[in-house]
Design a protein around this ligand. Structure first.
Ligand code: PLP
Length: 409
């Protein structure tokens, strides 16, 4: 008899996006002519830029000739891409090519990384949170049971990030071992300064904890004191793993390429207290379970770092960030409190008095036909907040904001 991993049964259904789709469909059935604008999407809408497309075409042609054909590549990724990543993203930060693992996505890597850790580790996440960190630990059986009423896992440490603490998580009052941080943050669009991030690096060093730092939105940082990499913080090399992705900076959401940096100096411990390199374990994990990103795709990712590629993706990012400005300023003008949207493509707003996240969702959908994402779907501290994204078209963004401004709260 095959026995299942019962931890899967503890997972609440993927309620958020299913529920959004259900409400939008019900509304559409009753109002077939309504022009619905979606500012809830986390996917990009601008296509791959020409520099990347040219590199992809060239690599496709290489695959057609015996001399240039590539079969299985290194599971960790090709050196040509790892070198570009180091030169460009980690200049002066003392990261080596064999500390970079190229993969098919930050989603898979942030979901898989927990396999390296024992089940007794105490996990901390900021709240609200990108759900992959939580669900992957739940599947492994590391965070207890889901308490439906509280909307919380019984053994997970939640670090609330709300307007009250300026979205700066406080150190936990109980000792934690694995800490997920995501900056610039999805869903709040907020960031930490170097000093604020240093508090966490120091905590991890003092407590022999590991920080799992998701920097998927790094390319959207516009302000000066905001770290692009956790390795800009002194001491982080010994305690942090960093996840990056080509999805949001270069439109690889469908093409799939990302990377994870695991410095050789990052350690976790055996039950007897012996230090073990996580780089070695991640290498073992990847070489066993992953067969690398396609050569063609890695050549496309390499083109992100060419002069042309850099200029072209900068244009796209500028376009989304102009959308972010339009949303932020538009919402602010209604008197609502707005966060994010300066160093991230996400705008996080406080819902008006008397509206929780879902009530505000319904009001926007029914009265002005705009779809966003209820904050409570990202965790209990998201209640009373709402997420809009800057990944839509300019035309739709302007139209949606004009409609929201016409609302009476
Ligand atoms: N990390 C965060 C915080 C995200 O918001 C997303 C996608 O929305 C991802 C990772 C996934 O990235 P990828 O497309 O590389 O899997």
């Amino acid at each position: 008899m095959a026995i299942i991993n019962e931890n899967y049964l503890k997972l609440p259904g993927s309620y958020l996006f299913a529920e959004i789709a259900r409400r939008v469909d019900a509304f559409k059935n009753e109002n077939p002519d309504a022009d619905i604008i979606r500012l809830g999407i986390g996917d990009v809408t601008k296509p791959l830029v020409p520099a990347i497309i040219n590199a992809l075409h060239k690599a496709v042609d290489e695959m057609s000739a015996e001399e240039t054909f590539r079969g299985y590549g290194p599971e960790q990724g090709y050196d040509f891409l790892a070198k570009k990543i180091i030169e460009h993203d980690y200049k002066g930060l003392d990261i080596k090519a064999d500390e970079v693992f190229i993969s098919d996505g930050a989603k898979s890597d942030t979901g898989n990384i927990q396999e390296l850790f024992g089940l007794d580790n105490v996990v901390a996440v900021t709240d609200p949170v990108y759900p992959v960190y939580v669900d992957s630990n739940a599947m492994a059986g590391r965070i207890g049971n889901y308490d439906k009423d509280a909307g919380k896992w019984t053994n997970l440490v939640y670090l609330p990030c709300t307007a009250e603490n300026n979205f700066i998580p406080s150190l936990p009052d109980k000792k934690v071992d694995m800490i997920y941080l995501c900056y610039p943050n999805n869903p709040t669009g907020t960031t930490l300064t170097k000093d604020q991030l240093k508090v966490w690096v120091d905590y991890a060093r003092e407590n022999k904890a590991v920080i799992l730092f998701d920097a998927a939105y790094e390319a959207y940082i516009t302000e000066k004191d905001i770290p692009h990499s956790i390795y800009e913080i002194e001491g982080a090399r010994d305690v942090a793993i960093e996840f990056r992705s080509f999805s949001k900076n270069a439109a690889f959401t469908g093409t799939r390429c990302a990377f994870t940096v695991v410095p050789k100096s990052v350690k976790a411990y055996t039950g007897d207290g012996e230090a073990v390199d996580l780089n070695r374990l991640w290498n073992r994990r990847q070489t066993t379970k992953f067969n690398g990103v396609p050569y063609i795709v890695q050549r496309g990712a390499e083109a992100v770092y060419s002069g042309e590629g850099q200029n072209q993706i900068a244009e796209t990012i500028k376009y989304y960030m102009e959308n972010a400005r339009i949303i932020r300023e538009g919402i602010e003008s209604t008197g609502l409190k707005v966060f994010g949207g300066v160093n991230a493509p996400y705008i996080w707003l406080k819902t008006p008095d008397g509206y929780d996240s879902w009530q505000f969702f319904d009001k926007l959908l029914k009265e002005v036909h705009v779809v966003g994402t209820p904050g409570v779907g990202f965790g209990p501290s998201g209640q009373g907040y709402f997420r809009l994204t800057a990944f839509g078209s300019r035309e739709n963004t302007i139209k949606a904001i004009k409609r929201i401004k016409s609302l009476k709260f």
